[in-house]
Design a protein around this ligand. Structure first.
Ligand SMILES: Cc1cc2nc3c(=O)[nH]c(=O)nc-3n(C[C@H](O)[C@H](O)[C@H](O)COP(=O)(O)OP(=O)(O)OC[C@H]3O[C@@H](n4cnc5c(N)ncnc54)[C@H](O)[C@@H]3O)c2cc1C
Ligand code: FES
Length: 281
């Protein structure tokens, strides 16, 4: 059992942050790695990235968007409640080296995944420009933490309610035009269409780019094949070969299709959960 020691609501309550006591995972985790958790013994296994770790306190922080049954169940838990199983750290850590100028681009809850990677690149001595975006100001998360983790933070909202009016790809293009060869690498993490269009922009400027793929996962150990993705025409397992891959080689269309494979079952599970909650109320 893993105890939740703090709960915070971000972004109009649609995004929740939990600090969870997990000393062994906190001690080993590296930027880019994730956990797979099961809330209770009948629960589904879901992957979530560690947005932060505190090895001294023995905690990991997860930040998740409430999108379906498991995240809705988790959002009802508070400090003192427990999560039944957590496996991790899983996946390959982000390869972080000193390279020069790095641009880190995050959209929606992808910003939570991007945070430790941004901080890792800065700690390694790179100049880090972070670009984060959301549909509107209320949905923007982790602005203060991303400001600390980077040398320069640029913020955008789709509706112009805060920061640059437009998409992260517009600001990414401006920065690449301004900085030219100075930019040695880009990292983009967020919804699949956002990563796909970021990759198109950086490809024009020939900037190597990583994307963190949110494929559907079950075991997280390379055994079930559920998380397979196509990268450069080869089949890879996001859980053990990734989750980060060369964004210019990823087949984003296939990833989008595979993410929709269980929509009827996900909807049914959420409807049953909401019905049960309304009966209990
Ligand atoms: C390596 C990795 C790291 C992730 N990190 C984060 C994070 O830090 N914060 C965050 O908000 N989300 C993250 N996700 C996505 C998160 O796992 C899904 O939002 C979650 O599983 C939804 O579960 P649900 O039961 O609430 O919703 P459901 O209704 O079951 O699903 C909603 C959508 O979530 C995705 N999904 C469902 N089940 C899984 C599964 N077992 N594995 C992967 N995706 C699934 C599908 O796209 C689905 O359409 C990550 C995914 C991966 C692969
Ligand atoms: S989740 Fe089963 S192989 Fe990756």
């Amino acid at each position: 059992m893993f105890e939740i020691i703090a709960r915070q609501e971000l972004a109009q309550g649609t995004v929740v942050a939990n600090d969870i006591m997990a000393p062994k995972i906190a001690a080993k985790a590296r930027p880019g790695q994730f956990i797979i958790l099961r809330v209770n013994e009948t629960g589904e296994r879901i992957p979530l990235t560690m947005a932060d770790t505190d090895p001294e306190r023995g905690t990991i922080t997860i930040i998740y968007q409430v999108v379906g049954k498991t995240t809705a169940m988790m959002a009802r838990l508070g400090a003192g409640d427990t999560i039944m199983d957590i496996a991790g750290p899983l996946g390959r850590p982000t390869p972080i080296e000193k390279k020069g100028t790095i641009i880190c681009v995050g959209g929606g809850t992808g910003v939570a995944v991007l945070h430790p990677i941004t901080r890792g690149f800065k700690q390694a001595g790179n100049k880090v420009i972070a670009i984060i975006g959301a549909r509107n100001q209320e949905l923007l998360i982790m602005e203060d933490k991303m400001a600390k983790a980077s040398d320069e933070l640029l913020v955008c909202t789709d509706d112009g309610s805060y920061g640059h009016h437009g998409f992260v790809t517009d600001v990414l293009r401006e920065q690449l035009q301004k900085l030219g060869d100075e930019v040695k690498e880009a990292v983009c993490i967020g919804p699949v269409p956002m990563m796909k269009f970021c990759a198109k922009v950086t490809e024009e400027f020939k900037v190597p780019t990583m994307a963190s793929l949110n494929a559907i996962m079950v075991d997280g150990t390379g055994m079930c094949g559920c998380c397979r993705v196509s990268v450069g025409g080869q089949t890879k397992f996001a859980c053990v070969d990734g989750p980060e891959f060369d964004a210019h080689q990823v087949d984003f269309e296939e990833l989008s299709r595979r993410l929709t494979a269980y929509i009827p079952q996900e909807k049914e599970a959420m409807d049953l959960f909401q019905h049960k909650c309304s009966c209990e109320a």
